[in-house]
Design a protein around this ligand. Structure first.
Ligand SMILES: NC(=O)c1ccc[n+]([C@@H]2O[C@H](COP(=O)([O-])OP(=O)(O)OC[C@H]3O[C@@H](n4cnc5c(N)ncnc54)[C@H](OP(=O)(O)O)[C@@H]3O)[C@@H](O)[C@H]2O)c1
Length: 403
């Protein structure tokens, strides 16, 4: 792959660039383009052994991005900006004839509700142009989708129930901080919880459903039902699923702060007038709180992300739990990052490697991760820093487990 372009220079991009920079054989030139050029320059300075070219771009502006792509002619764009940039970047890649990866599905800025339909609409145009887009190749979505695809092919005859569980059991020592972009994170968590029951999407009030889960090596943590984008693509691609849910753990202090912010309107995306200035409360809150990347040096403890599946194998009921446990300290030692950014940033670098070596050769079109062969990705993850395990018939002590 002659050149790759990373768009965005935040917490997740920092990890992806760290991993790409270690493979000059595959990625001899890495363009890092983001809104703030100084952040791209800082990333380049962290990896003097690699050829990293910093650039400024407003990825909302298709013409500007196309001009930059035509200047550098990368083979692949890795979009690690925000979900709002997915559509303009997919459009720019089509116009410039470049393949595309991202880690989060598009969400309209004025509607906090992500849906894949906006990106799936590019399918025909990508096919006609002979270009490929891989959507959602972080950890969740990303590796979680690959876990489900692997289980469907190798561990089950039929999948019935899916629970994706994201547990951050680490401590960063701050009263309140988010682990990735605050605006995107709080928009996700403060939405109504949604999950699939059969073909129906069931909606519950935000953070109103929770249960204790016993995580391997960590112990019991309280997990809250929230909506997450991979549920939408997974129920579409695995129609035997009778139910699909996503859970995220939160500690008491986090929830106490979050509820206070919600109660006083600080998580609102509606602009308010303050002394003649239009202020969006959630963006103001983001200014006040720590940059997620800055948490890395002090962060200690485990992050655990996995999928629990139930179904049948050779006519018998079976449960499988596929998961990764890593420590914040390990992520810091490897890439100077905290583990949430690390789990999100390693998979796009591995995906770029699989595409560049031909281990993944998707047909032209727009694909979710579960539509690609999960084996090359899962085989490569441990060496890239994300070990994983599959445990058969080890239910995670869910209170309401069916069957
Ligand atoms: N799948 C997963 O497992 C997973 C997990 C966590 C996060 N994510 C996704 O990863 C992405 C990055 O998250 P993060 O925590 O790294 O966010 P972040 O630290 O806020 O970084 C975002 C970067 O995008 C840049 N950016 C924003 N708008 C831009 C624009 N219009 N043009 C060019 N650059 C722009 C920002 O520029 P400035 O520096 O100027 O602000 C910043 O460098 C998000 O989409 C998030 O949802 C995925």
């Amino acid at each position: 792959m002659p050149k790759v372009m990373v768009v965005g220079a935040g917490a997740v991009a920092q990890v992806t660039v760290c991993k790409l920079a270690r493979r000059p054989d595959l990625f001899p030139e890495i363009v890092v383009a983001s809104r703030t050029r100084a952040k791209c320059e800082a990333l380049a300075a962290r990896h003097p052994q690699a050829r990293i070219i910093p650039e400024a771009v407003n990825a909302d502006n298709v013409a500007q991005t196309v001009a930059l792509l035509e200047k550098h002619r990368p083979a692949l764009v890795i979009n690690l900006a925000l979900p709002y940039q997915d559509l303009p970047l997919m459009e720019a890649c089509l116009q410039a004839g470049v393949d595309y990866l991202d880690t989060a599905s598009y969400e309209p800025p004025d509607t906090p509700k992500y849906e894949y339909r906006y990106q799936w609409e590019f399918q025909e145009r990508y096919q006609q142009a002979g270009r490929t887009a891989v959507l959602g190749i972080g950890f969740d979505p990303g590796v979680t989708n690959a876990f489900v695809a692997y289980a469907a092919k190798h561990l089950f005859d039929e999948l019935h129930y899916l629970d994706i569980i994201d547990c951050n059991a680490g401590d960063h020592g701050r009263p309140f901080a988010t682990n990735f972009n605050l605006e995107i994170n709080l928009r996700e968590i403060t939405q109504p919880g949604r999950y699939y029951e059969g073909a129906q999407l069931v909606e519950v009030p935000p953070l109103s459903v929770s249960q204790d889960v016993r995580f391997p090596e960590i112990g019991v943590r309280r997990a809250y039902l929230i909506f997450h984008e991979e549920l939408e693509s997974l129920v579409k691609h695995f129609p035997s699923l009778r139910r699909a849910r996503f859970w995220m753990t939160f500690g008491e202090s986090y929830l106490m702060h979050l509820r206070a912010f919600m109660n006083v309107g600080l998580t609102s995306i509606e602009p308010v007038d303050y002394e003649g200035c239009s202020v969006v409360p959630i963006k103001f809150l983001q200014k006040l709180l720590p940059d997620p990347a800055s948490l890395a040096p002090d962060y200690k403890g485990w992050v655990s992300i996995g999928v629990q599946l139930r179904g049948t194998y050779q006519g018998q009921p079976r449960t499988a739990y596929l998961y990764t446990n890593i420590r914040h300290e390990w992520a810091y030692q490897d890439c100077g990052a905290q583990a949430v950014a690390y789990t999100a940033g390693v998979p796009p670098a591995v995906a770029a490697e699989l595409l560049s070596t031909g281990a993944w050769k998707p047909q032209p079109g727009v694909w979710n991760v579960e539509q690609l062969d999960p084996v090359p990705l899962l085989e490569r993850l441990p060496a890239a820093g994300l070990p994983w395990k599959a445990i058969i018939d080890y239910p995670l002590d869910f209170i309401d487990t069916p069957e």
